[in-house]
Design a protein around this ligand. Structure first.
Ligand code: ADP
Length: 305
């Protein structure tokens, strides 16, 4: 099992949280707040409620009313917001979910000028501020939205953070449209995997990006890059233990799939919460799978509390 280099008391999830528009057939829409690392932070805070482990969300927002709305949502989930930077003149990203007559969902994004893209650039929030945490969780989306010099600075920061006892967790969450090209995404992802203590990849994302023929080949490649701990998510097949110490067999209970949004994000949260509480990889996988199965059984990213 993983021995975190120091006990995990403070966790940070770093990335982009957006305004979500859920379009309805009558032309109206409902507003929400979501984003991969934010979803993970929300489920982490829930899973760790009643413990003395805190969860922070780290991003950049603007000073507009929609950023205020996101701040209110962050607080309402019990997340620490001390490292959310507010930048004058910037605004959060936005995405819309449309559902066609056959129930097929499509996503439209307005995020290319979002405040989160300015995170760690300029005078506000610095990467060194993340040294205050014991566990930092990032995704490939968090990295993809940042300019190349900041991506490079993250690698240097990660080396120092880990050398001084911090634990880094990563999920590549590959979104091709956020990257300049596939070669850049592959190079950035490899650099992150080589610095990851708790790896939480999805087989389908990794296969899309690296062309591995199957999940076992993904695990083999990641182990070759030094990944020693974590879980490879394989949809209905359940997670594969990257430390090769435990075997997880999904329970036989029927899983009703209503909406797979945030399956991986919620899995990561329950997995990391278990590790933070001192559980082993077997328990972490079981907790991750159980939460992900509940999340895909209901519409939307965040289950009612
Ligand atoms: P992502 O959402 O990151 O692509 P997956 O689709 O692999 O990740 O799903 C994450 C986790 O959710 C899986 O490891 C598994 O535990 C659970 N899961 C996803 N789809 C199903 C399903 N159809 N049946 C049971 N569990 C599922």
């Amino acid at each position: 099992m993983i021995q975190p280099k120091r006990p995990i008391q403070r966790i940070a999830c770093v990335g982009e949280v957006m305004i979500e528009l859920i379009a309805k057939p009558d032309g109206s829409a409902r507003l929400g707040v979501a984003g991969d690392t934010f979803n993970t932070a929300v489920y982490l805070a829930r899973a760790l409620r009643g413990t003395d482990i805190s969860t922070s969300y780290v991003t950049a927002l603007g000073t507009d009313p929609y950023s205020d709305r996101i701040m209110a949502e962050v607080k309402s989930h019990g997340l620490n917001d001390a490292l959310i930077e507010r930048r004058d003149g910037a605004m959060p990203g936005l995405y819309a979910i449309d559902t066609d007559a056959a129930g097929e969902r499509s996503f439209s994004y307005w995020r290319s000028a979002s405040a989160a893209r300015q995170m760690f650039s300029g005078t506000g929030l610095t990467l060194n501020a993340l040294n205050a945490f014991d566990l930092v969780y990032l995704s490939g989306i968090s990295v993809a939205i940042l300019p190349p010099p900041v991506r490079a600075a993250i690698l240097d920061w990660a080396d120092e953070f880990r050398a001084t006892g911090g634990t880094l967790s990563y999920d590549s969450n590959h979104r091709p449209r956020l990257w300049e090209d596939a070669a850049t995404a592959r190079a950035a992802s490899e650099q992150m995997w080589r610095r990851t203590d708790i790896a939480l990849p999805s087989a389908d994302d990794e296969q899309d990006l690296f062309g591995d023929p199957n999940a076992d080949a993904v695990a083999h490649r990641l182990r070759g890059w030094g990944v020693r701990f974590g879980a490879l998510k394989r949809g209905p097949d359940g997670p594969l233990d990257l430390s090769a110490q435990h075997r997880f067999t999904p329970p036989n209970d029927a899983v009703t799939v209503v909406d797979t949004t945030a399956a991986g994000d919620s899995f990561n949260a329950a997995y990391l919460a278990a590790i933070a509480r001192g559980e082993d990889g077997a328990r972490a996988m079981a907790d991750g799978h159980a939460l992900a199965c509940r999340v895909i059984g209901a519409p939307g990213a965040i289950l009612p509390d």
